[in-house]
Design a binder for this molecule. Structure first.
Ligand SMILES: NC(=O)c1ccc[n+]([C@@H]2O[C@H](COP(=O)([O-])OP(=O)(O)OC[C@H]3O[C@@H](n4cnc5c(N)ncnc54)[C@H](OP(=O)(O)O)[C@@H]3O)[C@@H](O)[C@H]2O)c1
Length: 308
């Protein structure tokens, strides 16, 4: 298992995304997916206070509540690395001190844990001084409520600035970045952002690792996919996307595995990446993802996919 950058967190090569819990997966389905993920060797869960507030009748915190109930029923909380995020829930869409401290307490309660392993600043907030934001995260670490802090959706410039402030003030430093990054969305991460991550020994934990399902291979010309995310996922069905699928199909055949596992392995083998995040709403979907836990592509295969 890779160690998450400079931390003592051993994380599995696949992080399980929690935005489906309370959205496209109900509690029973979510528990089944969570059990099977751990059974297969996974130990790294990603959620956020805002999941899944976009569903009618929800107000946020549903995913954390499901994970909390699941953890309570198992008794092996220390074997699981729990990551959650703050700053995108209605009424708390900022990175002010009070928002961070109050939201952390609420997340701890919903998760039923006494500490969060990795706490993400979900979205950079240009309207709050970084000093205020970063001091609040530092306080959570000092109070033992959070073990490590991390950033999501930051530009290279703002991430570098935040790290400078943390260094200067002696605050707990970000140990990871969670950007959107996958085989068909590479431009924003590969470049300045990855350079800042590498220079500062951060780990990358990419989201939309499957491009919302596109990189499972289920979106093909002429095929109608039933999913609330079909609109966004099928936008990748262009010439470039088809070329990527063609090579993924071939490599999946070579390795006797799934298209999704090859796409995730490519990501896991990119510089600075510790563990791609992907979600599954059923056991069948999860079975297609978990082979990445032990799949190694050759450098030539990685390069071939990178070159498309
Ligand atoms: N930091 C951020 O701002 C941010 C933003 C977004 C997500 N995230 C995190 O990243 C995680 C992953 O993102 P995501 O779940 O949105 O996208 P994703 O992992 O790229 O795509 C997952 C979706 O693909 C489909 N899928 C998965 N396995 C499949 C299979 N074997 N066969 C067919 N379809 C399959 C499922 O959707 P359908 O069945 O509905 O098609 C599933 O929900 C989230 O759960 C969340 O934890 C973070």
């Amino acid at each position: 298992m890779p160690i998450l950058s400079t931390t003592d967190l051993n994380v599995s090569r696949l992080c399980l995304g929690g935005n489906v819990f309370g959205w496209t997966a109900d509690e029973t389905q979510s528990f089944a997916v969570l059990d099977a993920y751990v059974e297969a060797g996974g130990n790294f869960l990603d959620t956020a206070d805002v999941y899944s507030a976009w569903v009618e009748g929800n107000s946020g915190g549903e995913s954390e509540t499901i994970i909390g109930k699941w953890l309570a029923g198992r008794g092996d909380r220390d074997q699981i690395v729990v990551a959650t995020k703050v700053g995108m829930l209605a009424g708390f869409k900022n990175q002010k001190r009070d928002t961070i401290l109050t939201s952390a307490e609420r997340s701890l309660k919903r998760l039923g844990v006494d500490h969060i392993d990795l706490y993400y600043n979900h979205l950079d907030d240009p309207n709050t001084p970084l000093e205020e934001t970063l001091a609040a995260y530092d306080q959570l670490v000092r109070d033992g409520k959070v073990r490590y802090v991390a950033a999501s959706n930051f530009s290279a410039e703002r991430l570098a600035r935040a790290l400078e402030i943390q260094e200067r003030e002696g605050f707990a430093k970000f140990v990871a970045l969670q950007p959107e990054y996958n085989l068909v969305s590479r431009d924003e991460f590969e470049g300045d952002l990855r350079d800042v991550v590498a220079k500062n020994d951060l780990a990358t934990v990419p989201y939309y690792s499957l491009a919302r399902g596109f990189l499972t291979g289920k979106y093909r010309p002429g095929v109608q996919v039933q999913s609330p995310r079909a609109g966004a996922a099928s936008k990748h069905l262009d010439e470039h996307g088809l070329q990527v699928l063609e090579v993924l199909d071939e490599l999946a055949e070579t390795h006797g595995t799934t298209v999704a596992a090859v796409a995730l392995a490519w990501l896991a083998q990119q510089p600075t990446v510790a563990a791609p995040i992907a979600s599954a709403r059923t056991l069948e979907q999860l079975q297609d993802l978990v082979p990445v836990l032990s799949l190694d592509l050759t450098q030539a295969e990685v390069d071939r996919l990178s070159a498309i």
